[in-house]
Design a protein around this ligand. Structure first.
Ligand SMILES: *Cc1c(COP(=O)(O)O)cnc(C)c1O
Length: 471
């Protein structure tokens, strides 16, 4: 494809995306596709001769779109919303256009140095401690996902614990994201060495007293506690662990404190939500939040900060001959390949830079506040209906709630709730997901897709009410 051909098709692609975004409400949120439908519509064999790009665009409409779940649809309330934006998409396009592989500083100095600047900017925007800054002892790095970031934290913690004898244990709760358990497995911990700490049955927050007791018992049995994961905004219900109290326990036992704020962390752009950082400056060894979940940045963009980058770099660095270069040897530059699992890395900073510059701190705050306002408004509607119950509190954009089924057992009520959710999701107008707390099945209404307006939230509630009445 020549640059001139690229210009022609590039314009078509940008027009196509703009038309798509402009008409997104006309699609069913969740793809109605059945297993194998998309595959059956595609040729079994690759073409022998090249095809014009128009053919690809035509097939995109015909065979791919029906199999797309429209994450940018204003009726998308499942999981956590995908946060995309015009500047996010364009930043990603520029990254593709430059085609940079930024494994070390020398392979494209701007890729590393822009990343360093934007993660420092973001730390400042979120009110994170100065020692997380890259010009201090710590530093930030953009990863593909919080799962990778947490794995890096586990490996760094394990390295810091060094040759400590016996079992190495890490601590999570029943509400911790499953990626921590996987990180433990990938890091080679023995089964049973990812320890489950109790949660408060009402708040679902990790119980620091039980954490302390568990760690003391493990130490007495010859184990070395290496890491505790505290979560700010759990995936299931956005519960918040008491980071400061957990941090005190970590310090007493010499364990690494990793704070997983994948979804909620970015909300600290708003001063009124800065309380979510309580304890982070004093105790956190690492902290992760995902601009791709709630800060208008296209997937993938997950930022990991370290209080001290040395244990991570010691754990992950290697220097094969083919990567030796003067800049690395001088010690004056950051080589981000030592801050992540893969060697190669995309120029992700471009999209975060585009987003922060386009919206400014003011625009980012408005986005977070808008989502929380709509979530609060939705919760008020649900609360006002005696046929439903809201799970309190809901400090962010997620509202967990359940329809009440007075004549049904807990098990039957759960099944009825799930059936109701399936009917709603089949309608194509909205998309909800669910979770379970104790024996209660809850519906999750996650507000925060950039396209979602007040009318979409009210329309969703109207449909939910109607689905419950029609039981
Ligand atoms: C979504 C989520 C994760 C996983 O994020 P990925 O970036 O998809 O790996 C981890 N922790 C929490 C609390 C989450 O909400």
């Amino acid at each position: 494809m020549t640059p001139e051909e690229f210009r022609e098709y590039g314009r078509q692609v940008v027009d196509w995306i703009a038309d798509y975004l402009g008409s997104i409400e006309s699609y069913p949120v969740r793809s109605p596709s059945r297993p194998g439908d998309v595959r059956a519509a595609l040729p079994a064999h690759p073409p022998e001769r090249g095809e014009p790009f128009d053919a690809v665009l035509a097939d995109l409409e015909r065979t791919i779109l029906p199999g797309i779940t429209h994450w940018q649809h204003p009726g998308f309330f499942a999981y956590f919303p995908a946060n995309t934006s015009g500047p996010g998409i364009l930043g990603d396009l520029l990254s593709a256009g430059l085609g940079v592989q930024g494994m070390v500083w020398a392979t494209s100095p701007a890729c590393t140095e822009l990343e360093t600047v934007v993660v420092d900017w973001l730390a400042e925007l979120l009110g994170l401690p100065a020692h997380f800054r890259t010009d201090a002892r710590g530093g930030g790095v953009i990863q593909d996902s919080a799962s990778s970031a947490s794995l890096v934290a586990v490996l760094a913690a394990r390295h810091r614990a060094g040759g400590a004898p016996g079992r190495h244990t890490i601590y999570v709760s029943s509400q911790t994201h499953s990626s921590l358990e996987r990180a433990g497995r990938i890091a080679g911990l023995a089964e049973g060495d990812v320890r489950a700490v109790d949660v408060d049955p009402d708040t679902l927050a990790m119980d620091p007293a039980h954490l302390d007791a568990l760690m003391s018992a493990d130490v007495a049995a010859g184990a070395t506690p290496i890491l505790v994961c505290a979560t700010v905004g759990t995936t299931s219900t956005t519960a918040v662990d008491p980071v400061a109290r957990i941090g005190e326990v970590c310090r007493a036992h010499g364990a690494w404190l990793h704070v997983d704020a994948a979804y909620a962390g970015v909300s600290a752009v708003c001063p009124e939500l800065r309380w979510i950082n309580d304890g982070v400056a004093e105790y956190a060894d690492s902290y992760v939040t995902n601009p791709h979940k709630w800060l208008l940045t296209n997937f993938d963009c997950s930022v990991l900060w370290l209080a001290d980058r040395v244990p991570m770099i010691d754990a992950l660095s290697s220097m094969p001959e083919y990567l030796r270069n003067a800049a690395t040897s001088s010690g004056e530059v950051i080589d981000y390949r030592d801050w992540q699992i893969p060697l190669g890395r995309r120029f992700r900073a471009l999209k975060l830079w585009s987003v922060i510059r386009w919206y400014g701190a003011e625009g980012l705050r408005a986005h977070i506040r808008g989502g929380i306002e709509l979530a609060d408004e939705f919760a008020a509607l649900v609360r006002a209906d005696p046929g439903f119950e809201v799970r309190e509190p809901h400090p962010f954009g997620l509202v967990c709630f359940r329809p009440l089924w007075p004549d049904l057992s807990a098990e039957e009520a759960g099944a009825a709730t799930l059936a109701m959710m399936e009917r709603l999701n089949d309608s194509g107008a909205l998309y909800l997901s669910h979770t379970k707390v104790g024996d209660q099945v809850l519906l999750r209404m996650a507000v925060g897709a950039p396209s979602t307006e007040r009318r979409h939230v009210h329309e969703a509630w109207r449909r939910i009410q109607e689905a419950h009445e029609r039981r």
